[in-house]
Design a protein around this ligand. Structure first.
Ligand code: PXP
Length: 246
């Protein structure tokens, strides 16, 4: 069965919209684990726009599955990762103005500094995953760098998802094929293969059906759905708080 890592960044996004205490990502992590999540992912961004250092510290104490820290391979984040000691660190590129991670790492551009980052994290007994686009040269480069894990970026696949499966066109099929071929090469090279970004209830199945992909990281769509499916109950509870038992 494909494993699910739940990215809870946007619980913190809602909290930070008011600089309030709720909703607490730690509570969200516990609920996700109770529902069967195999891991909890958070992205500590350099601007701390959602997850904050204290969240990672508290999550480290409470997460009982696997804590995956997404991070840029900067000296500051590497130092913090060694200090926080997540089970896994996923190295991603980061641009300040971006709304979310825009693409995978380019492993061909700066292999020495990435190799050094991998060594530093592994020396601290943190497993390292590299977030890359589903390109064969990037998968091969990940293996050459000595990585043990890659996460394939499904953003282009997700953006090509048709409104209904009957409308699946060439672009969607091409993007799916790229993910499948990258996953197959990754497995042949001995890498553990994960995937994620932009996956939704509608487009997840073709990706979770790829046998080489062991785990998916999904965030925004789950949190968005939670906000909607939980709203009715939340309104009822407020009415009860206002007016007493119905
Ligand atoms: N994987 C990586 C590397 C990401 O940066 C993100 C977004 O933070 C995700 C997975 C999850 O993407 P989404 O929130 O679109 O499900």
């Amino acid at each position: 069965m494909t494993k699910l890592g739940v990215n809870i960044d946007h619980i913190a996004t809602i909290r930070q919209a008011r600089r309030a205490l709720e909703p607490d990502p730690v509570a969200a992590a516990i609920l996700a684990e109770l529902a069967g999540a195999d891991g909890i992912t958070v992205h500590l961004r350099s601007d701390r726009r959602h997850i904050r250092d204290s969240d990672v510290r508290r999550l480290r104490e409470t997460v009982t599955t696997r804590l995956n820290l997404e991070m840029a391979a900067t000296p500051e984040m590497l130092r913090l990762a060694v200090d926080f000691h997540p089970d896994q660190a996923t190295l991603v590129p980061e641009r300040e103005e971006e709304i979310t991670t825009e693409g995978g790492l380019n492993l061909l551009a700066n292999p020495e500094s990435l190799a050094a980052a991998i060594r530093q994290l592994e020396a601290a007994r943190i497993q390292v995953s590299l977030f890359i686009d589903p390109e064969l040269d990037q998968v091969a480069a990940a293996a050459d760098l000595g990585a043990s894990m890659i996460e394939l970026n499904t953003r282009a696949y997700s953006e090509a998802t048709p409104k209904s499966p009957d409308l699946a066109g060439d672009i969607f099929r091409r993007e799916l094929t790229k993910v499948v071929q990258a996953a197959e090469l990754g497995r042949r090279k001995g890498l553990k293969v994960l995937a994620g970004h932009g996956l939704t209830y509608r487009n997840v199945r073709p990706i979770s059906a790829v046998p080489e992909i062991e785990e998916l990281n999904i965030g925004h769509n789950i949190i968005a759905r939670a906000a909607l499916v939980g709203l009715e109950r939340a309104v009822r509870e407020m009415l009860r708080a206002m007016n007493g038992a119905e």
